[in-house]
Design a protein around this ligand. Structure first.
Ligand code: MLT
Length: 417
């Protein structure tokens, strides 16, 4: 506009929803635009030093370490330590951390009764969310915002969530619960509490345990997705770690966030049952009018191979060799992936397999029913939720979240009785 004899150009204000894999600040610098999200303390935009994703290149790093290296060399608890505290632990720090966590896996005896109160066959996800809120009442001395309380709450959540998850599962199948066993490590304990029975020793299979551990490492954080930004938003009101994490679990329970691997399994089963070839299915997907989607392909952030999918894929083959899994469905999945990756339709749309494409097949082969898939996701994502909550809690300039609203309702109306 003109001001006196001068032409003045104000920056254009653009509303951004997350960064969609782009460096928003770089884009804004190039276009001269500005965004007001952060000024409004919206959850859409925040600064974080935990997880880096380059969606175009297919890169995922926790605290600067690549997901490939962590999946190959690290344990879940070591990765959790890294995600939460920002540095890899020394051997001594790791031993102390592991000891503290595994010794805390037991839950208050009264909480075992609490589990028995849910109707049999309850979905384990709401039971987990309720269990975490239950934990906050049995551990109320750790619900403060001071460092000591947060440290204790961190330990107790990491330690007890797998136990709650296993108890929710046992309740859903009407089987008795087991105490954690101090001679086992974190992942082995979770497996035993999920699949073991009190009368028999539980046989650990190292390859299966490692595959489960890798899956949890791959899910440990993924920057500002639906559940993580929920944890931050709830935490911004200074709600404690338990309440914020329980909110994350609830956000994850929605099928659009945590349900994709179940949809992949259903899709593979439908292809098998229909008797159609993989190519015929792919042709149907390409025909928009068919309404058929290729589940487990494409991601809001990744315009390349989701690096997590690449890692999982190797384990899928191995686990299905060892377990009575759905080899037939894995064959369909592998053919589907090859067919789509060689097809210009998917290449031009940058649709690649994401983390959910193979994870359901592996979980199922391990013996988990589909209603445990989101629960397993929650166990994996726990370090990320905790780290994100702590990062925000440590930043004393954080304001309570207040997402932006654009009012589209009626303008002023007179009330005439
Ligand atoms: C996740 O890991 O949370 C999912 O891939 C969803 C996302 O990050 O958008």
């Amino acid at each position: 506009f003109t001001l006196g004899d001068k032409q003045v150009q104000l920056p254009r204000i653009v509303a951004t929803q997350g960064n969609n894999g782009h460096d928003i600040n770089k884009l804004l610098a190039q276009t001269g635009d500005t965004t007001y999200d952060q000024g409004f303390s919206s959850t859409a935009s925040c600064k974080s030093a935990i997880t880096f994703i380059d969606g175009d290149a297919g890169v995922l790093q926790y605290r600067g370490y690549s997901i490939e290296q962590l999946a190959e060399k690290s344990s879940f608890l070591e990765t959790a330590y890294l995600v939460i505290y920002g540095e890899l632990p020394t051997a001594e720090q790791l031993a102390t951390f592991e000891d503290r966590i595994t010794k805390n896996m037991i839950i208050d005896e009264r909480m075992r009764d609490f589990f028995r109160c849910f109707p049999r066959r309850s979905h384990p996800m709401p039971v987990l969310a309720a269990g975490i809120m239950g934990l906050s009442t049995f551990n109320s001395e750790t619900t403060g915002l001071d460092n000591d309380s947060v440290e204790e709450a961190t330990t107790r959540l990491l330690a007890k969530v797998p136990t709650l998850a296993a108890y929710g599962y046992k309740n859903s199948i009407g089987k008795p619960t087991l105490y954690p066993d101090h001679s086992l490590n974190y992942i082995e304990n979770f497996e035993r509490m999920s699949f073991g029975n009190p009368a028999e020793p539980y046989q650990i299979d190292d390859k299966i345990t490692r595959a489960l551990e890798v899956l949890l490492i791959l899910h440990a954080d993924h920057e500002q997705n639906c559940s993580t930004s929920t944890v931050r938003l709830v935490g911004s009101s200074q709600a404690n770690l338990y309440a914020s994490v329980a909110s994350g679990v609830n956000a994850l329970s929605g099928p659009l966030h945590g349900g994709a691997n179940q949809e992949v399994l259903e899709m593979l089963q439908q292809i098998k049952d229909s008797g159609m070839s993989v190519q015929e299915f792919v042709d149907k997907v390409k025909n928009k009018e068919s309404g058929i989607k290729l589940m487990g392909f494409g991601h809001r952030i990744y315009k390349n191979y989701d690096p997590r999918a690449n890692i999982i894929k190797k384990h899928a083959d191995e686990v299905l060799k060892l377990k009575e899994g759905r080899r037939d469905l894995l064959d369909i999945a592998q053919e589907l992936e090859q067919t789509a990756l060689n097809d210009d339709y998917f290449q031009s749309r940058k649709l690649y397999p994401n983390v959910d494409f193979y994870s359901g097949l592996i979980y199922e082969a391990m013996g988990f029913p589909v209603n445990m898939f989101t629960v397993l996701f929650a166990i994996g994502r726990l370090p990320g939720w905790i780290a994100q909550w702590r990062e925000q809690n440590n930043d004393k300039s954080t304001k309570i979240g207040r997402p932006r609203q654009v009012y589209v309702g009626q303008t002023h109306r007179d009330f005439v009785p």
